[in-house]
Write a protein that binds this ligand. Sequence first.
Ligand code: TYD
Ligand code: MG
Length: 459
Amino acid sequence: MAKAKTSFFCQSCGHSAPKWLGKCPSCGEWNTFVEELIETNAHPAEVWKDKGSNRTPPKPKLLAEVSFENTPKISSADPEFNRVLGGGIVPGSLVLIGGEPGIGKSTLLLQVALSLQGPKVLYVTGEESEQQIKLRADRLQASSNNVYILTETNTQQIFRQIVDIEPDLIIIDSIQTLYSDQIESGPGSVSQIRECALELMRFAKESATPIFLVGHITKEGSIAGPKVLEHLVDTVLQFEGDRHMIYRILRTTKNRFGSTSELGIYEMLGSGLRPVTNPSEILLSQREEASSGIAIGTLLEGNRPLLVEIQSLVTQSNYGTAQRTANGYDAKRLNMLIAVLEKRGGYKLGTQDVFLNITGGIRVDDPALDLATCLSIVSSYEDKIIDSSSCFAAEVGLGGELRSVTRIDQRIAEAEKLGFKEIWISKYNLKGLNYKPKAIKIRSAPNLLDVIMNIWRQK
Ligand code: TYD
Ligand code: MG
């Protein structure tokens, strides 16, 4: 009997080598090689082609002659989803959706499938039973005569069903449960994931059928299985958020058909995911009474300007070293801003615990929030309220100077739309400013201390 063929695969990037290696030459990770059974002489699955696909091999074309007209995008009923994909579902595209277990990947895709009027959808599940999917569909209070459910994990069998049903859109939940007969290692292994994804990609490209793959996330936060999956697919979407919070963010990390700076925000309700079209409203907490320690900053998530509320609590420290705790905010940046406040503003924060919280459970890393962060700390330290109709957009340098931030026009426009009366920006942002405000007053300053003096002097 012929000896079983094996190869060593890097579990991090999918690089294959004939013998075990300590360090992966491709991604540089250590101790990632695992031996897996393969069967390379077999030809990749082409079952679906047996039923007479009359495809002619492609010929070179002049770039100028390539037209878009015959590839209309499938538009789902969900505006957030369409936007994240770059305007709709592109025919023949392979889209990977990653996210932690329980975040709502299956819910999102089922919801999209049920919302499509017209296109036939095949939902292949290797994780749940048909009954479970039906239960979920009932929860979503949606039904459709165009959605087929298939519980199958073998790719050859899946292709057989595809030939019968001829779907316009395929959803695979999840890629880690699939296996191909061509490869002998178990489902979820690097070589299986890669083989299954390759077979699906060939099918997607040759039949112009869009395919969505659900991918699980490892503890480290990357899509489990090889990175090769990310190279292979056209679009990678990341579904993230805190499972205990009701908000979810759908982010594009790679997109061959659109911008990667798009972002969709959803609210997880008892009856499914609701697209949130005006996210700033949910990020600003609903409060009746003003309190100290709160400042509103502008944040650019992808292309979207949002307004977020930064809350600080500064209290006398009881122990030797003061605590600094940041929720949804970079702890190093918080320390830097505290140091700036101490050195340039003379605030004695060395003996104070500082707790910082971004409301809405989101993570932010936009330097334009620096000014709002500093002011929220000062506001809590001095126990002075910042007027709730003011917001802030500037980066703070180590000298306490205010630096200009990107897309200031969009940030001001969003603040004005939400009814803010005043926005503080860096003096250096005035030069490039094109926005003509109607209801909002633009205030500028060269320095953090100028803003601090001004906002409380008026009152
Ligand atoms: P699910 O889509 O199964 O997550 P994933 O496929 O990413 O693992 O759903 C996750 C959670 O969403 C689950 O804990 C229950 C909750 N949920 C709702 O809150 N409302 C709903 O309408 C549905 C269908 C699920
Ligand atoms: Mg699921």
